[in-house]
Ligand binder design. Sequence first.
Ligand code: DGY
Length: 317
Amino acid sequence: MSRVLVTRRPPGRALEMLAAAHEVDLWDGPGEMPRDELLARLSGVEGLYCMLTDRIDARVIGTPGLRAISQMAVGVDNVDLESIRSAGIPLGHTPDVLTDATADLAVALLLAGARRLAEGVDHVRADAWGPWEPELLLGAEVSGSTVGIVGFGRIGEAVARRMTGFGCRLLVASRSPKPDLEEAVGAERVSFEELLAAADHVVLTVPLSDETRGLMDADALGRMQRTAGLVNVARGPVVDTDALVAALAADGIAYAALDVTDPEPMRADHPLVADPRCTILPHLGSSTTGTRAAMAELAAENLLAALSGRPMVARIA
Ligand code: DGY
């Protein structure tokens, strides 16, 4: 039996699974586990079950006796991967189980941004709804439009498959070519610049890394069509927030629809929140009951496997 620290109550059966085999110390809120609590409670911990909001740096990774880290998320940009690798500690994550939910939300955001759903809802809530108007809240076409998907991993592919149902032309820009997959979904591989120039809707699905931080900067936003929109289901810092504020203010793009922001959380007084052409959700990509339970349980399986000397189901480092 090992000591396991869980930094936030996970949904589903994850806690039961861990507690059946190990001594579990749970941070049960309120909110995320404060950094000083995390550091104070690490002593003697062999397995760490963490969230994407925890900073897993060299100090955490260097905990004497720590044998495995498992994160309840697919993205691990909060983890110092260099330190993990040099410590030789396995790091688990939760791919696949959240692909569909996240791709569904990307499509929802694309539709919401293009068709101005939030503005429509606000219009009704403000009791501004009058007789039918021929030009009320005109939006952008989705059916038959050109959708540019940046990053062609599992989520990018799942977004592409969904958009074929809307009869869209699909462009993808990604680091490594996947000719078979591109052909299977009917997507055309182009350069990032070509994608920006041609897409009516640009969907970001890349992981956050040194390479992708600030990818959508003023230059990239300036390459988009004025009528085009930007959807981000990746990580907030993939977009340069100030450049996005400026692009919307200058009518450089038509809309932004973001599930992730920089900073995150984004406060209500931020100019992007006030901008009616920007739809912002509080990082809900994987937020369905079934998906979150599946993520939590996969993260538990990863930790249980590593602590008993077996390979993790999904190990990223
Ligand atoms: C992840 O898993 O990385 C998502 O951002 C949260 O579901």
